[in-house]
Design a protein around this ligand. Structure first.
Ligand SMILES: [Ca+2]
Length: 174
């Protein structure tokens, strides 16, 4: 929590459009929303100081999270819905500006786990594949979980960046 609030504060200092602190209220049954609409948070294995994980959830395609180092198959990015949700798919978006230095920072390989606890290495892998620019669409087949853990699995000279992470979700069946 401390890390999340810290990155949120940094994003605000850098000119983010946030006007309210994160809280625990979450809209159930939402779909295709970015984090700040509903309290989602993110953490990552590595981040540059000026590109924290929350930049991938601020609804702004011009801001991004970056690992800040060449892809080395040891990076991860984790989304926390703050409640268990059913996830049809997620999208990792690198924006619309092909001249942007991070435009080609898609994950050369990935797998995704959904879990009830953070960084759960024992959870089932729901999807795996190779990313592409500008949008990597990942079908998560209606799996349920609170945490979406995305692991980068290849090596490449590019960093791994995400301008916006969107998730198509629905509330769990009662
Ligand atoms: Ca962004």
């Amino acid at each position: 929590m401390a890390v999340t609030l810290g990155t949120w504060a940094l994003a605000t200092l850098l000119g983010g459009c946030h006007s309210e602190p994160l809280d625990s209220s979450v809209a159930g049954g939402a779909s295709d929303q970015s984090h700040d609409d509903n309290g989602w948070t993110a953490t990552a294995s590595n981040s540059s100081l000026d590109t924290p994980p929350q930049n991938a959830l601020d609804g702004d395609l011009t801001t991004h999270w970056s690992s800040g180092k060449p892809q080395a198959a040891d990076e991860w990015f984790q989304l926390d819905f703050r409640q268990t949700l059913v996830v049809s798919s997620i999208e990792l978006d690198l924006g619309t500006d092909s001249s942007d230095a991070s435009y080609d920072d898609y994950p050369r390989g990935y797998f995704v786990r959904l879990s009830a606890t953070p960084n759960d290495e024992t959870a089932d892998v729901v999807a795996s594949g190779a990313g592409k620019t500008p949008i990597t669409h990942i079908n998560l087949k209606g799996a349920a979980g609170r945490y979406v853990f995305i692991r980068q699995t290849f090596t490449d000279a590019h960093s791994w960046s995400i301008h916006e992470l969107r998730a198509d979700v629905s509330a769990e069946a009662p």
